[in-house]
Write a new protein. Structure first.
Length: 73
């Protein structure tokens, strides 16, 4: 399973990364919505799951999700 995690809080990113490693998941991390969109573009939208924070700097999670859904079908 390939997971994208978008979270601007570094402590929560660390915790999520620790859990993903412990559970053996393959994952990518993004610290804002724009970075999440870019990572999704690089993989042609091929993620099984995306955990997206809604309130992030640069591009919020709702807008990032909208871009991913429209552009990476």
């Amino acid at each position: 399973m390939k997971i994208l995690i978008a979270e601007d809080d570094s402590m929560l990113r660390t915790m999520a990364g620790t859990l993903m490693n412990h559970w053996g998941f393959d994952f990518d991390m993004a610290s804002n919505g724009r970075e999440a969109v870019e990572k999704a573009r690089l993989r042609n939208g091929k993620y099984d799951l995306c955990l997206m924070d809604i309130d992030m700097p640069v591009l919020n999670g709702l807008e990032a999700t909208k871009i991913m859904r429209e552009k990476l079908k």
